[in-house]
Design a protein around this ligand. Sequence first.
Ligand code: DPP
Ligand code: ZN
Length: 874
Amino acid sequence: PQTIYLSDYKVPAYLVDTVDLRFELFEDGARVHSTLAIRRNPDSQESAPPLELDGDSLVLESVALDGTALSESDYENRGEQLVIRSVPERFSLSVVTWIEPQNNTRLEGLYKSSGMFCTQCEAEGFRCITFFPDRPDVMARFRTRIEADQKAYPVLLSNGNDVDRGELDDGRHFMTWEDPFPKPCYLFALVAGDLVEKRDTFTTCSGRDIDLRMYVEPRNAEKCDHAMDSLKRSMRWDEEVYGREYDLDIFMIVAVDDFNMGAMENKGLNIFNSSCVLASQETATDMAFQRIEAIVAHEYFHNWSGNRVTCRDWFQLSLKEGFTVFRDSQFSADMGSPTVKRIEDVTLLRTAQFAEDGGPMAHPVRPASYMEISNFYTLTIYEKGAEVVRMIHTLLGPELFRKGSDLYFQRHDGQAVTTDDFVRAMEDASGRDLSQFRLWYEQAGTPMLTVSDEFDEGQGVYRLTIEQTIPDTPGQTNKKPQHIPFALGLLGSDGQPLPLRLASDEAEAPTERVLELTEGVHTFEFHDIPSEPVPSLLRHFSAPVRVRYPWTREQLLFLMNHDPDGFNRWDAGQRLAVDVIQRLIGSPDDAAIDPRLVEAYRKLITDTDLDQALVAKMLQLPSEAYLIELAESADVPAIHRARERVLEHLAEALRDDLVACYQRQQETGPYEVTPAAIARRSLRNTALGWLLMINDDEGRALAVRQLNEADNMTDRMGALRALVNSDYEADRRQALDDFYDRFRDDPQVVEQWFSVQAASDRAGQLSDIEQLLAHPAFDWKNPNKIRSVIGSFAGQNLAAFHNPDGSGYRFLADQVCRLDDSNPQIAARLVTPLTRWRKFAPAYSSQMQSALERIRDKDGLSRDVYEVVHKSLA
Ligand code: DPP
Ligand code: ZN
């Protein structure tokens, strides 16, 4: 496969003003008639360039230029490209292609999912529908007519407004849609199916009434309310916080069971993976409710950050994704608990994105090259990209940031632009120089800040020295220092925040400051410090960096109790727990566990004055994935064992407090998805899980009762998970069987049922996984099922996956090879756990390497998997 470089970017030789599409949908295929109004691009330097259109898996039926049919000698059909040597300055091109959506297992372009037609065109799926300049800087106005059997496909949808409809012969009908906004073809969408419609309305800030519609299969009709409410909240929030009003008269959401991604922001017609949009109290957990709210918001926010202003090329993907993730995280923070949201985002970043940044697939937020763009929908583009935007927000402050975003939208509305254009708008609106800051887009790798301090008691001066280094990553060495906003505070011995005087004569000094690091080393002096302070570093996680500082356990306990920044209180608890667990790894089973950790957790469980949402988070021990990330040479079974020992020790020592905590958190009122109610359920289910870890019979009785009496999926799943992870084998079997019988007809719940087993070291050994793959509800064509079994096993059931005999690795390699033919995007994603092979102790890494080689040697490897495997082995 070819590598594509950012440095090779050229403006398109031809532009497309309008696209006229007619889809004839049949059971054995679809005929696509396309008429493009094309003209030479005045900005292109090339003289009389050939017209080159992208295509993939298309049967070409005819080509006509300005109404005259072309013969095969007039054009060249190279399969992946249709080339016409000589064309006029301005012309119309009509192309007819035949495609087979019913056989499309890649789920790119037009395909069928449980009886309905639907599309996924980002990044390069439109070329699987018709020949087209499939690049985001070609923006056109689309008109789409869909024709299909009226009984089987009563609902026919595309982007924009519906302008015409009618009946045809043979029981067929048609509908025509027109989208007045020019858009790149990756935002094209089509849906045809037998769907029920849920309607609502939203009145915008300027008083326009927007028709909101959700389309789902009839059995899901009762699962739409949460998404609809989330949509209305998103629309209001974007008006209030960013001044962005919705622009079309209709906004539609469709739920689809078979979908490679989470959701897609097609103009006016968002298509969602069912698991990211459908919810009811009985079938969705609190986490799912929150995820749905965030994803509905994310896709809606793309209407401005992505659709009205789009990406010039796919190297700029973070332009829309980083900014939109930042926007949806602000939204979620405003809807719930900001501290908890920050903890969740940072947890994901520090485990998964830092791992990516430290591995063979490391790439900058704006990559310089790729082979397959689908492989670059990554944590770096999304989450690190969002952190980069967050840092601009921190450096500018909220008012100037808003000025910058207003300028960005105004200056670039209707254009396809670059991350550099975004930064320039921020600079121009604020007057700040962000030239060094731009390195965040260009340099990969997670910066390391090494912090040391010294207290001069005589002068009352506290000196903080911060050294910045950025590790080498594939293709990048000797990196320049980056511009890092570093928020901090200092706490006095009484736990009170101290004024931070950077000069001795500074009168009104704040107790929190954002220091700006721009050099390799900085020393900051704080004056009038009465006694040795405890530093609270990188508050709110103000930059996506690692911090090394020689914390003592006393300092961490102190911060857990006193830090005014809730995020750093949580982080201190994490660091303490990490320290305790790390000391146990590989040490004899009777090695002591610090009693101060136990007392700190006792305080969390018993002190009801604390913010319960924060407590619920603080009680979660650092995950195995995070401990692996922190390890030099990870021995996963040893890490797993050490973590379990700490959990068991805590559970035994706190047993009575856990039972009391469980009882205290009993629900009295109706089910609500508020931060307080979520925290209550989380605390109760954590207590239950811990009790079952130590085979407590009272805990077991509580779990069985909760499982039978729960009126919501969070509690039902909490009890099921606790039993699945316990040694009560008969109860586990019974609970799993009952659960399946109850929910067997609900694919979203069956996915959770697969996942809770596959992620458990008790219920998810390799032989169990093989049984799950043979289960009648498993479906090799459905990405959610694949993720819930194979993805959960390799990504969450780490002790089983890293079985020292290498069976987990061979298993994953086999599944990747199997999927590579049917769905290369999903196959390439599944490889991820193996790509980190160098991170593991030699006995493991050599077997992981062999598994990668096994994949590499498969015949006819897709470009997607090829890129990941070859880069990993390089
Ligand atoms: N553009 C999509 C999203 O992230 C990815 N399919 O919203
Ligand atoms: Zn997105």
